[in-house]
Design a protein around this ligand. Structure first.
Ligand code: AMP
Ligand code: GLY
Length: 420
């Protein structure tokens, strides 16, 4: 099969790597890709959000399947455009991607189908927001409705703090159109976990669970980031809880989308909080997580191309999806300063072949090559180093050994990924 992967971060590196190992893959192109991906697949310099460019590339390479990695092309309707061209794409349609693209859509949807979630209030003006913030005594979460590059959520303790966040979104337009309307949510508490299901619109199967580490520094200190590391399976989820999430959240979501005439295909990523009242939806994402993919996919025993193909041809029912009974941990090495200001273009140490062992993978998140062909940093999150082990301790040891061997002084990483 000819497969195009859209995207160029650590997530897409992990996706492309899994696809490349399948005997079913004939040609693999990743656009735009990155220097890590280039070592085993062709990369084409088409930006992930260039819908027309990606369609053109898919046609030129006679793609059988396009695997869409990030949310932006999904929300922009890349899948719909590809289908018009007769090309199968893995990922939800523009309408179904609203589960991530609009928090209001997602909350209203869950409300209609009794899917457990925090209480919320939709606000288009500061006056309505103020009333709700005061009603909740400031202990609330202020969310921009649209996509805001992971920055549109402000968790608040106090009225002034929440009012400031609401005002920045509604009046100062810090997120542009994405913050034209906002949600004020009840702030719930509990341990968080991410559940990744694959679905063809009818059948859903859990591909894996993970726990992300979103804060920049150890012990969950510092600002929110895209994710500084992850562990799979999610330590907080046992079989019973996972089944509860499948029965009360994943399945009702897939069924509800179908009933609404808006079937959901691809990966459904449910961000869950385990509260005293049971698991509740914090957010839905319409794609794999980054860096969660770097721990979920290495544990997949079943051929990823088989799964993707069964999804786009609506034949997931009956496909046995098996996982490796091991633990995986990924540690993100980020540029100093991330998620604030940081320098790009800094030289990285050579990532020798011996660093890549069967139980260690180094995924590139934000790297590039300079004029001399040297590997340089090109983003906030630069590398993500995944280890597989028999248990959490074994895995942590392997992951941190590999990270220390890379020894990049311009970067930093959390030392407590997966620490229980
Ligand atoms: P999100 O950008 O939707 O992933 O939200 C970022 C983080 O904000 C989540 O991982 C949670 O820790 C927190 N959060 C979001 N919504 C709520 C909520 N209603 N109650 C408590 N925490 C929340
Ligand atoms: N790591 C969080 C996300 O991918 O949304």
């Amino acid at each position: 099969m000819n497969i195009l992967v859209v995207g160029g971060g650590g997530r897409e590196h992990a996706i492309a790597y899994s696809l490349s190992k399948s005997p079913l893959t004939k040609k693999l192109i990743v656009a735009p890709g990155n220097p890590g991906i280039e070592t085993f697949a062709e990369c084409s310099p088409v930006p992930a959000d260039d819908v027309d460019g990606q369609c053109k590339l898919a046609k030129e390479m006679s793609a059988d399947i396009v695997f869409i990695g990030p949310e932006i092309p999904l929300v922009l309707g890349l899948k719909d455009k590809l289908l018009e061209l007769g090309i199968n794409a893995f990922g939800p349609s523009k309408k179904a991607a609203q589960l991530e693209g609009s928090k209001t859509f997602s909350r209203n949807f869950c409300k209609r189908y009794n899917i457990p979630q925090p209480h919320f209030k939709y606000c288009k003006d500061l006056e309505t927001a103020k009333k709700q913030i005061q009603f909740l005594n400031g202990y609330c979460v202020v969310k921009a409705d649209g996509l805001a590059a992971g920055k549109g959520v402000v968790v608040c303790d106090k009225v002034e703090e929440a009012m400031a966040a609401a005002s920045q979104m509604l009046e100062e337009n810090i997120f542009g159109d994405a913050g034209k309307s906002i949600l004020i949510e009840e702030r719930i508490t509990g341990i968080e976990a991410s559940v990744f299901a694959v679905t063809d619109g009818d059948t859903a199967v859990i591909l894996g669970t993970a726990q992300d580490h979103k804060r920049a520094y150890d012990n969950d200190k510092g600002p929110n980031t895209g994710g500084m590391g992850a562990i799979s399976p999610a330590p907080a989820l046992n079989k019973i809880l996972t089944k509860n999430i499948f029965d009360n959240i994943i399945n009702p979501t897939i069924n509800g989308m179908k009933l609404d005439g808006n079937p959901y295909e691809g990966i459904l990523y449910a961000g869950i909080m385990l509260t005293n009242e049971g698991p509740k939806v914090i957010e839905f994402n319409c794609r794999f997580g980054d860096p969660e993919t770097q721990v979920v996919l290495p544990r997949l025993k079943t051929d990823l191309v088989e799964i993707v193909n069964a999804t786009v041809t609506r034949k997931l029912k009956g496909l046995l999806i098996e996982l490796i009974d091991q633990t995986t941990i990924t540690v993100v090495i980020a540029s100093k300063g991330y998620p604030g200001k940081f320098e790009k273009g800094l030289e990285l140490p050579p990532l020798n072949q011996e660093l890549q062992k069967s139980d260690i993978s180094i995924f590139h998140s934000g790297t590039a090559k300079n004029k001399n062909g040297k590997l340089i940093s090109n983003g906030g999150r630069v590398l993500s180093v995944t280890a597989m082990g028999n248990d959490v301790q074994d895995c942590r040891k392997k992951a941190y050994n590999a990270v220390e061997n890379i020894n990049w002084h311009e970067g930093f990483y959390r030392k407590d990924i997966g620490r229980l």
